[in-house]
Design a binder for this molecule. Structure first.
Ligand SMILES: [Zn+2]
Ligand SMILES: [Zn+2]
Length: 238
């Protein structure tokens, strides 16, 4: 068990939306400052958790602009209007196009309300992420890394003292993000994962936008998209 004095991170996960997306509140235990990474849909549970635990929401920090990651931004910002909202420039079109995203997925206008996908226009952004910036949340220091491939403006947040990385839809337990959606690129995603995520220590815990946690080392060794198995099958599993 590590005894690093820097271990002050609180993580609370909420699985939200029809897409079973992992919305997370991440906080500095000492200063009570918090961020919400990817509020997937409006949720009283998230708002109540912040209030009940005396946490100050300083920002809504978005990994990318897909609806299952930004759908709850407006409701959360209405509850905490002082919170910043930050996304990479490359995903601004997706963010501001939120009301149209379900239509791009082939869902009919008349079905939106029944599916809970009738989104209002999202609130204005505070600013954009810059690749390589350090974002401080109390005593936590996240390095912001641009990882295009799933979307053009996808970023991940690495806290290297805590050995934790929040990767959105770049990397999953045993899999990688979709690259068949507009703006996606398989080659770019693999390059992003190799250069921005697999360069972290093997015991870094990986928190994905869907599904269970994993580690950098496990994915480096066992993920078929990253260990050569998929390439050996020339795009097919063998
Ligand atoms: Zn996505
Ligand atoms: Zn997603």
């Amino acid at each position: 068990m590590s005894q690093l004095a820097t271990e002050v991170m609180l993580i609370r996960e909420f699985v939200l939306s029809a897409f079973q997306q992992n919305t997370r509140v991440v906080a500095c235990e000492k200063t009570r400052r918090a961020i919400c990474i990817d509020p997937g849909e409006a949720s009283d549970d998230v708002v109540n958790y912040l209030h009940d635990n005396d946490l100050e929401l300083q920002a809504i920090t978005l990994t990318h602009g897909h609806l299952d990651h930004v759908g709850g931004t407006k409701a959360l910002h209405d509850a905490f209007p002082d919170a910043e909202i930050i996304i990479h420039k490359g995903d601004e079109p997706l963010y501001f196009g939120l009301p149209q995203q379900p239509l791009l997925m082939g869902i009919q206008q008349s079905q939106l309300a029944a599916l809970g996908l009738d989104f209002d226009a999202p609130p204005p952004l505070t600013r954009n992420w810059e690749h390589g910036e350090i974002y401080e949340v109390g005593e936590l220091r996240f390095s912001v890394r641009h990882c295009p491939g799933h979307t053009p403006g996808h970023v991940v947040f690495a806290e290297e003292c805590e050995k934790k990385v929040f990767v959105g839809d770049c990397l999953f337990y045993g899999s990688i993000g979709r690259t068949d959606l507009p703006g996606g690129s398989y080659e770019q995603l693999i390059e992003s994962i190799n250069s921005q995520i697999l360069t972290l220590d093997d015991d870094t815990v990986v928190y994905s936008g869907h599904g269970p946690e994993t580690t950098v080392g496990r994915e480096r060794r066992q993920n078929p998209f990253l260990n050569g198995v998929y390439d050996a099958g020339r795009g097919r599993f063998i």
